[in-house]
Design a protein around this ligand. Structure first.
Ligand SMILES: Cc1cc2nc3c(=O)[nH]c(=O)nc-3n(C[C@H](O)[C@H](O)[C@H](O)COP(=O)(O)OP(=O)(O)OC[C@H]3O[C@@H](n4cnc5c(N)ncnc54)[C@H](O)[C@@H]3O)c2cc1C
Length: 329
């Protein structure tokens, strides 16, 4: 067999699961369809700058995750960007006392660090997953096959279910029902390179969850970009309704929203659109991961454990790593 444990997805949850298994001395292999690890911890290079276009920052709400973040702080991997955001007023910023952490060098850099020393196969898109004679057989790319004793699935749950369906894997009806209950919202994201000043209040972002464009952030003031690049995120119901609109229409809408923050002589010099079909879970599973009944199979990711988001993904991966160790016993 290629691995004792195969993890599909090298985003935050897959990487944190991989580290648990590697630390326990297991032969673990991760595969990801992307060119790089990180998944939704995504950073894009545009001209001379960097912009985070997936996760923007994260918090630590549990003691266990806070300890992990404290280590990253000591190592210089993350830093505190602020303690709250303006809700849209250009002057006033709410300070609720909770640190908002960002990864130094862009969110993707933290996942590169977590991937160090792990066996990760990139550009490897799993197409189907089959269970036969006590082993998992994963078909990927043109002709690729990987086999493993235990499988951890970390893509967004609808994508994981599709992989199992392609390989005719029967899940227990209770597990299937729990997994089908998990839903995600889409997010349209605009990235704008600006020549000139942008008026965003300290520390360089606005978050107003009641607005269609609920997030506007300056990656230069975030400290990850030499060039001024602004990230805008659109809330899920508008993103769903306009997901298939022509890109130029969506960019025109975002450009219009951005204008109110631009100094009179500032100019947009480049713009890009990124569409996330599964951005954040809207409904979650109550436990940190789900071990399928009767199969050596674990589901993990930010949709597990109720936290959602970066913290939830990391903690879910850890739990999945432990669940895989239990299955190997
Ligand atoms: C626009 C946006 C804004 C966000 N803002 C925040 C924020 O400010 N704060 C916060 O805490 N969280 C935020 N999040 C959520 C956060 O990014 C996620 O919770 C977290 O990164 C999820 O990690 P994960 O490992 O569960 O999933 P992912 O990062 O999605 O990892 C899954 C991996 O599986 C891979 N994959 C999928 N299908 C296959 C396949 N068939 N074969 C091989 N590989 C496959 C993908 O390429 C991906 O790398 C945001 C997300 C988005 C998209």
């Amino acid at each position: 067999m290629d691995a004792e444990v195969l993890i599909i997805g090298a985003g935050l949850s897959g990487l944190s699961a991989g580290r648990v298994l590697q630390a326990a001395g297991k032969r673990v292999l991760l595969m990801d369809k992307g060119r790089s690890v990180g998944g939704r911890m995504a950073t894009r290079r545009i001209q001379n700058g960097l912009a985070d276009h997936g996760a923007q920052f994260f918090t630590a709400r549990t003691e266990v995750f806070q300890q992990v973040v404290d280590e990253w702080l000591v190592q210089g991997r993350v830093r505190v960007w602020g303690h709250g955001w303006s809700d849209g007023s250009l002057k006033h910023t709410v300070n609720d006392g909770h640190p908002r952490y960002v990864s130094v060098g862009g969110m993707n850099a933290l996942t590169h660090h977590l991937a160090e020393g792990l066996n990760v196969r990139l550009n490897a898109q799993a197409l189907s997953v089959r269970y036969d004679s006590h082993r998992w057989i994963v078909r990927y790319g043109d002709e690729g096959l990987l086999t493993a004793g235990v499988l951890i699935l970390t893509p967004p749950v609808p994508q994981s279910l599709k992989l199992l369906m392609e390989g005719s894997v029967d899940l227990h009806p209770d597990d299937r029902a729990a997994l089908e209950h998990i839903e995600y919202g889409p997010c349209l994201c605009g990235l704008f390179v600006i020549d000139g000043d942008v008026n965003l209040p300290e520390p360089g972002a606005i978050q107003n969850l009641n607005k269609v464009v609920y997030w506007v952030a300056d990656n230069q003031r975030k400290g990850i970009s030499e060039q001024r690049i602004i990230t805008l995120h659109v809330e899920s119901s508008y993103s769903r309704a306009h997901y298939d609109d022509p890109d130029e229409n969506t960019l025109a809408f975002l450009r219009d929203e951005l204008k109110q923050y631009l100094a009179p002589d500032a100019a947009i010099v480049e713009e890009q659109l990124k569409k996330w079909r599964y951005s954040v879970p809207l409904t979650t599973h109550p436990f940190d991961c789900l071990t399928a009944q009767g199969l050596p199979l674990v589901f993990a990711g930010d949709a597990f454990g109720g936290q959602g988001r970066v913290e939830g993904a990391y903690m879910s991966g850890r739990a999945a790593g432990q669940a895989a160790l239990d299955l190997l016993k």
